[in-house]
Design a protein around this ligand. Structure first.
Ligand code: FDP
Length: 382
């Protein structure tokens, strides 16, 4: 029997056997118990196992319990988010739920992971791309969509928003079963090129790890909100529940240094790495940008960077990866920089535009600008 405790609001019980509960229940399925009921009847959560309201024996019962906040749709309604934006965000969450399931059930060889889609066996990143396009199209509120897989603006039949996404970031580590992610940027209107990150209506970072989570940032809502996919053993492959809120990124000795090969001809980056080593920072780098950045939100401290050099060029794309991630990081109280300015202030000139980047606490991003800056990129000697 497992007990997972999250914060406030309601208790969700999963049952795959019988158990006794004070109200009549059906066999099987999911039961939501209002938090007031829990407070009245189970003043101490850890006493629940011995309570008269839940009885269990080793042989007859297997119950897992999640003590959590509200479901995604209730949360969105409570925040008074624009109805069209709710439809767009819900389409993203629906797509990610399906992708999470496909990733969990994929089979992998040494090169890639595959899953069934219709009658075909498709690589998981191609599959993720299809699933997202279908969900955005069906939402009716997306007029333009563009994906890192097919980097051009494609007209959809809806109207209201334009969405850029990286369907499966970290495709080179998916066969190793490391955490991978998806990235979404949602802009109002019907174009992506010509916009800035700061113009976004919403952005999201999705982590497919031991848990599937989405860190969602909405323009008019404070902070970043984490939703966790909680399995409900149904054909819907789970439901999203609000599990965390990220509001500050403090100074702290945690670093995730990307594109390390650039230290060969970027002396500023080499010095910055030396600074972190001298200061005995904790190394936490997986090679997947989404989990590497998302950890900064969860821990509330740290730095991620992916600097460039003449021989190790910038790899990450502004539209699909950098701008949406910057939107999430800055909403969570952190900073972003390309070496000189916030990533949110860069005008997106083309779908393929790339940049070096740093995300993290204010002090770390300032240090990146000081050590790395644009020195190598502008041709200045370092
Ligand atoms: P991947 O190529 O595996 O999709 O966005 C691309 C990305 O992963 C990032 O997630 C990651 O931070 C970066 O590339 C790692 O690049 P290198 O493996 O070239 O260092």
């Amino acid at each position: 029997m497992k007990v997972y405790a999250f914060q406030n609001h309601s208790l969700v019980l999963y049952k795959n056997s019988s158990f006794t509960y004070s109200s009549p229940v059906q066999k099987g399925g999911l039961y939501r118990v209002p938090v007031n009921y829990i407070r009245r009847n189970l003043p101490k959560l850890n006493e629940w196992k011995n309570s008269k309201y839940f009885s269990a024996s080793e042989n007859s019962l297997s119950v897992s319990m999640v003590y959590t906040t509200e479901k995604l749709d209730h949360w969105l309604l409570e925040q008074s988010v624009d109805k069209k934006l709710i439809r767009c965000v819900s389409a993203v969450f629906d797509a990610c739920k399906e992708i999470a399931y496909k990733i969990r059930t994929a089979s992998c060889n040494k090169i890639a992971c595959f899953n069934d889609f219709g009658d075909e066996q498709l690589a998981i990143d191609v599959l993720a791309d299809k699933v997202i396009f279908e969900n955005l199209e069906n939402s009716g509120v997306v007029s333009v969509a563009s994906s890192e897989e097919v980097p051009r603006e494609q007209k959809l039949k809806g109207s209201g928003f334009s969405v850029a996404f990286d369907p499966l970031d970290g495709s080179s580590i998916i066969d190793t079963n490391f955490a991978v992610g998806s990235i979404f940027g949602i802009w109002p209107g019907d174009k992506l090129v010509g916009m800035k990150g700061r113009d976004m209506a919403a952005a999201a970072l999705v982590v497919y790890g031991p848990r599937t989570t989405i860190s969602l940032a909405l323009k008019d809502i404070e902070h970043v909100h984490e939703f966790t996919l909680v399995d409900d053993f149904s054909a819907r492959h789970g439901q999203w529940v609000h599990t965390n809120e990220f509001h500050s990124i403090e100074e702290g000795k945690l670093f995730a240094p990307g594109n390390l090969r650039a230290i060969q001809d970027n002396a500023g980056y080499s010095s910055l790495i030396q600074f972190w080593l001298n200061e005995k920072y904790q190394l936490r780098y997986t090679g997947g940008m989404v989990p590497d950045v998302n950890q900064i939100l969860v821990k509330g401290r740290g730095v991620f960077c992916n600097p460039a050099s003449a021989s190790a060029k910038a790899k990450l794309r502004l539209l699909y990866e950098l701008a949406p991630t910057a939107f999430v990081v800055e909403k969570a109280g952190g900073k972003s920089s390309d070496g000189k300015q916030s990533v949110l202030d860069i005008i997106i000139q083309s779908t393929d535009q790339r940049s070096q980047v740093c995300y993290g606490s204010a002090g770390e991003v300032e240090r990146f600008e000081e050590y790395v800056g644009l020195k190598v990129l502008s041709g200045a000697s370092v």
